[in-house]
Design a protein around this ligand. Structure first.
Ligand code: KG4
Ligand code: ZN
Length: 366
């Protein structure tokens, strides 16, 4: 089941690793240009809201319930049958394993029934390549991946060629936004609520919060101390809480996060440039990339460092199936696919991926 080299590649993508059930059909033209043919997505936010976080068991059942309908909808809106596809790509990790198994098993079944190659996509690779789905982005680039499950800096040199430069040693940054929102009584999901509250702050300098890891060598992150600092400041306040303390605290937290993310990204850039001196681009992906304060701080860094900044549109920053289909297409274009006994995995570091052969990168650039 190999793919004809040089032709267009039409790929069904499936994403079920967290709380979005999604299917999409994407085409990679021979020039390397992408075309999104159809998308169907169902967010489970309302199912998880009562628990103020994603409940793995509820997520897996909801994926199972909705996935075949969403795939049917995406295929119908692309006006395609399975036999018209060149491959089926599904997230096979990392993520909540119940959901990952639902999506990967469905992808394998469709691939096997239609006699098409299956591509087990690393969810992080989906985020890493999403900027090439939505814009003209060549390798190499520095990727800041900031989501509810991840906070990493990666040097992206090509399809399957990733070097993790730094990661969080405790919470993911989106998780920190969600936890702080809960402490402040701002609702779920926390990131947009914290950003909205911060915009209402009358005195954003009222609280001074720490900057974990700032000034340390390397580009790892830490957010749990910041969350604890918020908790301790709130406890200390309880005697005399001012009415707009939540907004002021949200602003202080957001400022601290933007500050450390930008400083760490600056360090990551130095590390990346040691390996790729010509590096000229920063890509930001993941749900937290929506944060306008963070974007402003990163724009300043990029202006100072002579980098262009690429942030995919919000719907492609958060979890979606088009980025999974696209990662599948980029792999198929290099002759990479996966066996049907590929085991879904809850953990799967991106730099443990099998990469493209050296010299194949020209074919991956579009
Ligand atoms: O990428 P994503 O949709 O899902 C994961 O793979 O985790 O990211 C969701 C995360 C949540 O933690 C949410 O609170 C955060 O992204 N988020 C934001 C904003 N919008 C979403 N964080 C800060 N500011 C925002 N505007
Ligand atoms: Zn994600």
């Amino acid at each position: 089941m190999t793919v004809e080299p040089g032709g267009p590649l039409t790929v069904l993508g499936i994403e079920t690793s967290c709380d979005e059930t999604a299917a999409a059909v994407v085409r990679r033209l021979p020039s390397g240009a992408p075309e999104i043919l159809a998308e169907a997505l169902l967010s489970q936010i309302d199912d998880h809201r009562p628990y103020q976080g994603v409940v793995p068991e509820i997520a897996a059942r909801a994926h199972l319930d909705a996935l075949d309908r969403l795939i049917g909808r995406a295929m119908a809106s692309a006006d395609l049958r399975y036999g018209d596809l060149d491959g089926v790509a599904a997230t096979a990790g990392p993520g909540l394993i119940g959901g990952v198994m639902v999506g990967a098993t469905m992808g394998k079944a469709i691939a096997a029934a239609a006699g098409k190659p299956f591509v087990a996509v690393n969810h992080l690779e989906g985020h890493a390549l999403s900027a090439r789905l939505t814009g003209s982005v060549d390798f190499p680039f520095l990727l800041l991946l900031v989501s509810g499950g991840h906070c990493q800096l990666l040097l992206v040199r090509g399809v399957g060629r990733y070097l993790r430069l730094g990661t969080t040693i405790d919470d993911a940054v989106g998780e920190a936004f969600d936890k702080v929102a809960r402490l402040l009584g701002l609702g779920y999901p926390g990131g947009p609520a914290v950003e909205a509250a911060a915009a209402r702050a009358k005195n954003p300098n009222r609280f001074a919060l720490p900057r974990p890891m700032r000034g340390r060598p390397g580009c790892d992150f830490s957010f749990s101390g910041l969350k604890t600092a918020v908790l301790n400041r709130l406890r200390a306040l309880e005697a005399q809480p001012a009415p707009d303390d939540a907004a002021n605290m949200a602003a202080a937290f957001q400022e601290a996060v933007a500050d450390v993310l930008t400083e760490r990204t600056g360090n990551g850039l130095c590390m990346a440039r040691e390996r790729e001196p010509g590096l000229r681009r920063l890509v930001v992906a993941g749900g937290v990339a929506a944060n306008r304060r963070l974007r402003r701080a990163l724009e300043e860094l990029c202006a100072k460092e002579g980098l262009s900044l690429s942030v995919p549109p919000q719907r492609y920053c958060t979890d979606n199936a088009a980025m999974i289909a696209w990662a599948g297409a980029e792999r198929l274009a290099l002759g990479l696919s996966s066996p049907l006994d590929f085991a879904p995995r809850p953990r799967w570091p991106l730099d443990a991926l099998d990469g493209a052969p050296e010299g194949a990168q020209g074919a991956a650039e579009g």
